[in-house]
Design a protein around this ligand. Sequence first.
Ligand SMILES: CC(C)(COP(=O)(O)OP(=O)(O)OC[C@H]1O[C@@H](n2cnc3c(N)ncnc32)[C@H](O)[C@@H]1OP(=O)(O)O)[C@@H](O)C(=O)NCCC(=O)NCCS
Length: 226
Amino acid sequence: MVAESVVIFGNGALSSLAWYCLTHDSPWQVKAFTVDRAYLQDPVHEGLPVAPFEDLASLYPPSEVDLLIPLGYTQINGLRRERYLQAKAQGYSFISYISSRASTWPDLQIGENCLIYEHAIIQPFARIGDNVIIRSGAHISHHCEIGSHTFVAAGACFGGNVTVSEQAFVGLGAVLRDGLHLAERSFIGAGAVVVANTEADGVYVGNPARRSGRSSMEVTTGKSTG
Ligand SMILES: CC(C)(COP(=O)(O)OP(=O)(O)OC[C@H]1O[C@@H](n2cnc3c(N)ncnc32)[C@H](O)[C@@H]1OP(=O)(O)O)[C@@H](O)C(=O)NCCC(=O)NCCS
């Protein structure tokens, strides 16, 4: 049975955004938020209770709620990946939110724990993995394949047949030439124009995009992301 009640992971801006969108644009009812106990400062967020993630299974068991984990790209999406896999191992199911204002087609193939925001365009024959966030106004062309645990920022533009391995990040307004491949944990900076395949863990900026000296883990650790 698919639960109609949802718990959202997080107590930051992206969690508030997800709560707002679910409340105004979905059939689900948000029951509570959950965070790691170490981050639980205020027991109430957006007027709802905040439960320690460590106690979630006893307070909101998998038989009663589904989860949504809208964390950003901290640790090149590694934190969201880890919490998603932990919750899955505890038996939770996940919803995927697709804005009623997004543009999609009947053949849409999309996994669980995904968020597709308003005015994102997902063309026919595109495929989206699990635990993927696609922010407002991004354009995912036909036959693109977006690997699990990836984050696509607002206004990014993917040409046709672009393939993306797991845990990649594509920044605000970046352009990906058709047919290319992003390796796992690639980080594409805001406004980059990518014209060649990327290497794992690389950070790419500029037009044409060039690999910088730093790793994607380095530029996404210890910062607020999203
Ligand atoms: C690439 C990025 C991670 C670098 O951030 P940072 O580590 O804080 O780096 P800084 O801002 O200190 O900039 C370092 C240098 O890189 C340059 N630079 C930074 N971001 C750049 C970008 N996107 N494109 C081109 N050059 C960039 C800066 O101009 C600076 O150059 P300088 O040393 O010659 O002065 C960051 O700018 C970026 O693009 N983040 C993605 C933002 C985004 O899309 N967010 C999505 C929100 S949902």
